[in-house]
Design a protein around this ligand. Sequence first.
Ligand code: AMP
Ligand code: TRP
Length: 331
Amino acid sequence: MTRVFSGVKPTGHLTLGNYLGAVRRWADVDQRHSDALFCVVDLHALTVDHDPARVRRLTRQAATLLLAAGLDPELCTVFVQSHVDEHTRLSYVMECVANDGEMRRMIQYKEKAARERERGGSVRLSLLTYPVLMAADILAYGTDEVPVGDDQAQHVELARDLAVRFNQRYGHTFVVPRATRPGVAARVMNLQEPASKMGKSDDSGPGIVYLLDEPDAVRKKVMRAVTDSAAGVVYDREERPGVANLLEILAACEGGDPEDLSGVYESYGALKKDTTEAVVELLRPLQARHKALCADPAYVEGVLRDGAEKARGMAKPMVDTAYRAIGLLPA
Ligand code: AMP
Ligand code: TRP
């Protein structure tokens, strides 16, 4: 059976990008694989300036949204990263396999570090080592497939490199994982700045559709989306990124093809109206389930407790094997 693992950081409210690029597919996966694991990776949220109470709140909210999105705890394991010590145990060992040069080449590190320095802030060391922790998240479970959006491809590639290097140096230990991406909407762009990814911790609120946005808020954001001055609805990601983004969102919601859909519309207005309706309908059942789950916090807590226990049992033998292989004396 294919082992699947993926995660989401509690650094902000989950967005339409998170859903279309990753979370929606997780709900599909869990129907086919009873050993898939999905994790709220809270340790990763500490790599940038953070408010402890907010991280706790967002962790609970993200877990609730994963369940609302359709992850079935009977079929897959849903848990919080910091509840399972094996991640950090393995991360240190993988730091002894990674090089500082390859860490400094990570695109997300370069971008986030530059932004932080521009603001006059300092860069946390954990931001540099973050992809190693992510590799540990993946490798601890013998993961075959990692369903993620495009922005995580480089990090999964690093996890592959580290697995191969470890296996070559210390004997076969890890499964070499691979990223899987959605056919459409692998990189949903900010509606106000179609050259940038729709990221949940970005400042540009009007360009970000959050999963818990009311229909009216969705309508305002989509109707005000930046398109471009050229007339005609054409699917061209390079030259017409705003329109392409709307076509991809609509295609992802309705299951069509963005290129085909471009032929259906004559005006931006009609495209925006249909996209609004499609997003509102997509989010409606998720928001209803989220509301019901919020009324039963003890259920969500129970799922996370059971999930952590199951995850611990799966990761420990692998991490113990890696400890032995790299030369640590068994306790
Ligand atoms: P993060 O928000 O960075 O924790 O991302 C969680 C998952 O959502 C990862 O698999 C990302 O690749 C995916 N994701 C985040 N933002 C987007 C986006 N704008 N478009 C597509 N996928 C995304
Ligand atoms: N780095 C990922 C992101 O920003 C989140 C993440 C952490 C992750 N560990 C993971 C994703 C393991 C997949 C597998 O989106």
